[in-house]
Design a protein around this ligand. Structure first.
Ligand code: WTA
Length: 682
């Protein structure tokens, strides 16, 4: 990736500035049938988790886990902002998600895999079977690959059970897994391998998506090349076959480097590996996420605090009982899948559904057929999926046979009309909805209603979770008071067990990104001086319900997935003809926001359509298909300030069909009209 030397006026075009501001809505009470069976029905819970009981209140979550050795301190805050949780405690995440359930739930389904192809029926893996497979995979990793505690192992796996099995096998050994979303490009995967110094790549040959068996192995070859070019040697590429015994990719296996996992696994049949006793503070995994600069950051999550937090929130917020069938339709390659398909649900002995494919394949009734067939009663999805399903068949779900008690939404703001459709059509008025706000960095939910205790308010994420104390600051660091009707920077005053430990290999960036701006005293050892800055804009209504408006920084939230504008701009700049690039968020009916790209080319460039095609290809190759720009505008010049900064705000206004405001102070105001005509046809 080339690094750009252009200067742009950052924070000139962010999501909150173009957010849709909808009206305050009425409260809706949770259905009585839900309330009667809810796990968290104690109205005193927020008192129990109030500041006077912090941090001890979080023992309640830690005590949901099985510890090999008990912790002695709940929170060690002696080195802000590098908090330590449950220090002295020893545990193993895999043991907590698998082994400890055997006694009671040995033959209960732990996970149910639903292939995209409906001709292939779903199949369940019991806790016993999960135990067997995870042990065998752990044996392979340890004895065939030499993986040991603390090593980083990169996974680039699609949505099959091979993914959670591999994650849990790593956790069993104390190795740090770093799963890269399967839809990301080989280059993205390779650069993450390099960043985490990972010499092993675990991938798959192919997977189904929208009716096509996609070749995935080709990305592994690109990933290895990228990593090696960046100086990271790759020892082994382990390839899971989508159909064991059959190779579904046209790409040759590389002698001495590539092996089929399912073949080597035969040597480890029946192997049992002790779950390694890990320190509560040992890292469990890395999850790369886009930020304000070009390079994605490896969010490093700890074992004890993270697992306690996702177990606690799976139980209290998602109301997962061991008898429930729970389906989160996200991809395990994102934090939502890590926390709320794998670790949280398995820690509380749920049955968790893993669906391989697209929700609307082969038709819009597919999710409801799956739900009916498996008896899913807790459903978790994103506003984008809700909007897409609504658009494709607005009166379909009410006539299908899904029956949910609880539904979650996550990833972006959900507008009240989509919320009501979700509630009426998919939930049939019988399911409670939790609009959960949080981020990759956070481990688990930060804002949501407690489903049986709080009324729902469409369009608002809800109050803070127990033990989470938010605060909103204006740009000068003054508190924006509750009920003031003003928006500001959403921050959390206190540490919590799910917060990431640091950015892998870059403590300074961790401080700079999340803590520097609103830190009250950099020398202080008191957590009260170290609020966490989320990067989102929010408003706190007088009832304490938070409305999240979107990103304040240079991140665009596309279908609930984060894309760094800088990352995209850097990808555009790899195209030889592109002189300058600017990416802006644009409102989209289904995806929430989409990126539009402006590139300037040297005068006389004739084939601008070809440049646009190259820009699209560069974004897809370097980042992945999800980064495909909605439109590329090839322009003669960028609107700039007199000091030469690109005015992204002006471009965003043009793309969103809004007034550009006063542009007379620009160095080249005439170009604005030209671009406007080109883009809006006026
Ligand atoms: C946005 C996903 C409004 C937000 C778990 C945040 C939301 C970013 C919500 C994190 C919500 C997430 N309402 N906005 N309920 N949930 N967001 O890291 O802008 O992929 O900063 O984590 O998604 O995205 P990430």
């Amino acid at each position: 990736m080339t690094s750009s030397t252009q200067t742009t006026e950052r924070s000139e075009a962010n999501e909150t500035q173009i957010a849709v501001h909808w009206q305050e809505e009425e409260y809706i009470q949770p259905p009585q049938s839900f309330v009667e069976q809810a796990i968290m029905d104690d109205p005193d819970i927020r008192k129990r988790f109030s500041e006077e009981n912090f941090p001890d209140c979080f023992r309640e979550y830690a005590d949901m886990l099985t510890w090999f050795e008990p912790y002695d301190t709940v929170l060690d805050s002696s080195k802000p902002p590098f908090w330590k949780w449950f220090t002295g405690g020893k545990l193993n995440a895999c043991y907590n998600c698998v082994d400890r359930h055997l006694e009671q739930y040995r033959n209960k389904a732990a996970m149910i895999f639903v292939p995209e192809d409906e001709g292939n029926p779903p199949y369940a893996v019991t806790y016993q079977e999960l135990y067997v497979r995870v042990n065998e995979m752990a044996a392979l990793l340890r004895d065939y690959c030499g993986v040991k505690a603390g090593d980083r192992v990169t996974l680039h796996l699609p949505m099959t059970l091979d993914l959670p099995i591999t994650m849990l096998a790593c956790a069993r050994l104390g190795a740090i897994h770093s799963q890269v979303f399967g839809g990301f490009s080989g280059q993205s995967c390779g650069s993450r391998m390099e960043d985490s110094s990972s010499s092993i790549l675990i991938t798959a040959d192919a997977y189904w998506r929208s009716g096509k068996l996609l070749d995935h192995k080709q990305k592994a070859d690109v990933a290895v090349k990228t990593a090696e070019e960046a100086g990271q040697h790759v020892d082994k590429v382990l390839v899971w076959q989508r159909y064991p015994g059959e190779y579904s990719s046209p790409k040759p296996m590389v002698e001495g480097r590539d092996v089929f996992v399912n073949e080597v696994l035969k040597e480890y049949a029946g192997a049992r590996i002790d779950a390694v006793s890990m320190d509560a503070e040992d890292p469990l995994f890395l999850m790369y996420s886009s930020g304000t600069t070009g390079k994605p950051k490896g969010c490093q999550h700890r074992t004890g605090g993270y697992l306690a937090y996702v177990a606690g929130t799976s139980k209290y917020i998602q109301d997962i009982h061991a008898t429930d069938t729970y389906w989160c339709m996200a991809d395990i390659g994102w934090i939502t899948g890590h926390s709320y398909i794998v670790y949280g649900p398995l820690a509380v002995a749920a049955t968790s559904v893993v669906y391989e494919g697209t929700p609307t394949y082969p038709d819009v009734r597919r999710p409801w057929r799956i739900a009916e067939r498996l008896g899913v009663n807790i459903f978790h999805t994103s506003p984008t999926a809700v909007r897409a399903l609504r658009r494709a068949g607005p009166d379909v779900p009410i006539h299908c046979n899904q029956q949910f008690k609880h539904m979650t939404t996550v990833g972006e703001p959900i507008e009240p009309s989509a919320w009501h459709w979700y509630f009426d059509q998919i939930g049939k008025g019988e399911a409670v909805i939790c609009d959960t706000w949080w981020q990759t960095e956070n481990g688990g939910f930060l804002c949501s209603t407690i489903p049986a205790l709080d009324a729902m308010k469409p369009g608002s994420a809800g109050p803070a979770l127990p033990g989470i104390y938010p605060i909103i600051y204006d740009d000068d660091g003054n508190e924006v008071p509750r009920g003031s009707g003003r928006a500001g920077n959403m921050c959390i005053r206190n540490p919590w067990p799910g917060i990431m430990q640091t950015i892998w290999g870059d403590d300074q960036r961790f401080i700079d990104t999340y803590y520097k701006r609103f830190c009250k005293n950099p020398d202080s050892k008191d957590w009260r001086d170290w609020p966490y800055m989320s990067g989102d804009g929010a408003m706190d209504a007088d009832d304490g319900y938070y409305r999240i408006l979107g990103r304040i920084d240079d991140v665009i939230n596309v279908s609930g997935h984060r894309l760094g504008t800088k990352e995209l701009e850097n990808a555009c700049l790899t195209v030889a003809e592109v002189a300058e690039a600017a990416v802006v968020p644009v409102n989209d009916e289904v995806k929430g926001k989409v990126p539009e790209v402006y590139v300037s080319v040297p005068t006389g460039t004739k084939d601008t359509a070809a440049v646009a095609d190259k820009v699209i290809k560069a974004c897809e190759d370097i980042i992945g298909k999800i980064a495909r720009p909605a439109r590329v505008h090839v322009v003669p010049d960028m609107p700039k300030t007199r000091s030469g900064k690109i005015m992204r705000r002006v471009l965003a206004s043009i793309s969103n069909g809004r007034d550009t405001g006063d542009v007379t102070t620009l160095a080249n105001s005439e170009v604005v009209e030209e671009i406007q005509q080109q883009v809006q046809g006026r």
